[in-house]
Ligand binder design. Sequence first.
Ligand code: 13P
Length: 354
Amino acid sequence: MVTRAVMDKALLEATAAALVASGKGILAADESNGTMTKRLEGAGIESSEEARRAYRANLFATPGCESAVSGVILYDETIRQNMDDGTSIPDYLNSRGMLPGIKVDTGTIDFDGCPGEKVTKGIEAEPENGWADLGTRCAEYFEMGARFAKWRAVIQIEGREKPSNACMSANAEALARYAAICQENGLVPIIEPEVLMEGSHNYLECFVATMTMFQKTFEECKVQGVHLAGTLLKPNMIIGGNGYRGAEQTRDDVAASTVICLTHFVPHDVGGIVFLSGGQSDEEATDHLNRMNSMSGVYSEHPWELSYSYGRALQAAALKAWAEEGAEASQAAFAHRAKMNSLARSGDWDISLE
Ligand code: 13P
């Protein structure tokens, strides 16, 4: 296995640029086996290695989806699986012009001293779970064809105590260390400091937590020597919690406060922005992105492509159709959502197209 001694900045920048190419975004299909089992069972399908493979292989084989999908984030199980005809999934995606990516965090653990908070792990080896250390895994995934990676930190807002400064700092440090290790191995790190929508907080509280995570994470990236032009940021949008019962935030408010937060607190040399959907409905996630890409004046004076790396908002309809109607209907549902989000990349989506 080759470990790169010197970071290949040109490769990283080219990969990041390809992932945010015009009209395209990322499909997040990297649910861990636990999460994918919940999703399949929620749709009435028994989960197994083969059930997960069959659903995902069908999704990836959707005719024409490469015009809206620049890359696909896979889970460790999936990157080792094959399409129906025996082609390896990363080789298949590459042959269709969709870059294979890989989730490399190994989940969260309780953050000692701060009840209810979590820190993401995956840098050290976990022999008890069959995981090698992050550098070793990155080198192997690169050999298998992966060109980018994802690590998700989870930040919860609750009352005045959460998120704690300590928990945010620990997650920011891990994100930066992860990013540096990925880059040494030729993988573009997607940096995902997700402030969860679960909770009764308002959108200003979301703004403050998101902004604080940006500041801490990019400070740590500097310490770790991360090459920002060879990274992508995967942020949440600035949005009130799903249990918030106060005055409604309009969709234009979501779009404006998200762009303001990014413009002020994200370094301008980051390679691109790829939003998560975080539990928004399919149509909301598309509409919010469309509004951000339709803004003019000061709101459009930022240097990044604003794109998507949606999981649920790209897959929910496809999974339901897979369970209820079968392969072709699932592909049609996915193709439709992919097309809608592709249009939102340039502000060309409209509700009438739904
Ligand atoms: P959602 O779009 O469903 O939030 O998933 C994106 C993702 O990859 C979360 O880590």
